[in-house]
Design a protein around this ligand. Structure first.
Ligand SMILES: Nc1ncnc2c1ncn2[C@@H]1O[C@H](COP(=O)(O)OP(=O)(O)OP(=O)(O)O)[C@@H](O)[C@H]1O
Ligand SMILES: [Mg+2]
Length: 245
């Protein structure tokens, strides 16, 4: 397995929304395997960074996918190059069934239906259920499944565990870990336990800039850094088995 060339290289990324700069100067690399986390407080520009990479918002700077410049490409071409997106807030088609949601995502001749079915047996059982009637966790699985149906070279996944019960958080994390064996993932995640379990490297964003990068475990074990950069206390795994009703 070659890990020499990063799958994604971002250099001096600046993004703006309606003329307002929301990403100031972001540079980082994403290795070709495993999960790389983007951390940062609310509103620092994590989502905008992903949207800038995809060309969904106005951006400047250099973005390379496996060495190829993609920063001047329109979004549809970036997607066709093999960049999958799992947006914040899931965005499933509420009135369509699970099967319909998945069918609409298929863009290649032989979608990876079996892989997705193995990863999410729950969705197979609920294939005829309108997606809007699923739990938050199940909707998140639909959202991840849509991206996994295609042979992407990189997935951008935005806060997949937000608002989910602890047991469901673990299920979604399991699925992402399994998926990451087949495709590298750039993961925005605020749940530090999930980051600890999943991520190899981590990038911390603050005020539209990268303020720290390193091994995820080194960052998470540095209580001072966590408090300073994320504004939360780094706690031991107190929530691991303590699901509340
Ligand atoms: N549609 C918009 N119009 C104007 N400003 C926006 C818009 N979307 C985001 N912003 C601003 O851009 C900045 C970065 O937002 P972004 O959503 O990228 O942050 P984030 O790190 O993903 O936050 P969160 O943790 O809340 O998801 C924020 O100051 C936000 O208010
Ligand atoms: Mg966000």
């Amino acid at each position: 397995m070659s890990t020499a060339e990063p799958i994604l290289t971002v250099e001096g990324l600046r993004c703006s929304i309606a003329g307002q700069q929301v990403v100031e100067d972001v540079s980082f690399v994403v290795p070709a395997t495993g999960i790389t986390a983007i951390l940062g407080r609310n509103g620092v520009g994590k989502t905008s960074t992903l949207r800038g990479i995809l060309g969904l918002i106005h951006r400047r700077g250099e973005v390379r996918l496996a060495g190829e410049r993609i920063d001047a490409m329109p979004t549809h071409r970036i997607v066709r190059r093999g960049v999958g997106y799992v947006p914040e807030d899931r965005e499933v088609f509420a009135r369509l069934t699970v099967a319909e949601n998945l069918a609409l995502a298929e863009r290649q001749r032989e979608p990876r239906r079996e892989f997705v079915a193995q990863l999410f047996p729950d969705l197979v059982a609920r294939r005829d259920q309108p997606a809007g009637t699923l739990s938050g966790g199940q909707q998140q699985m639909v959202s991840v499944a849509r991206a996994l149906l295609n042979d992407n070279r990189l997935l951008l996944v935005d806060e997949p565990t937000k608002g989910l019960a602890p047991r469901i958080v673990a299920e979604v994390a399991d699925a992402l870990l399994e998926a990451s064996k087949t495709v590298p993932i750039l993961l925005v995640e605020q749940n530090l336990e999930v980051v600890r379990r999943l991520a190899g490297g981590a990038i911390v964003i603050g005020g539209g800039r990268v303020v720290h990068t390193g091994r995820a475990l080194d960052i998470l074990d540095d209580a001072d850094l966590i408090r300073r950069l994320l504004g939360v206390a780094a706690e031991p795994s107190v929530h691991a088995s303590g699901e509340r009703a």
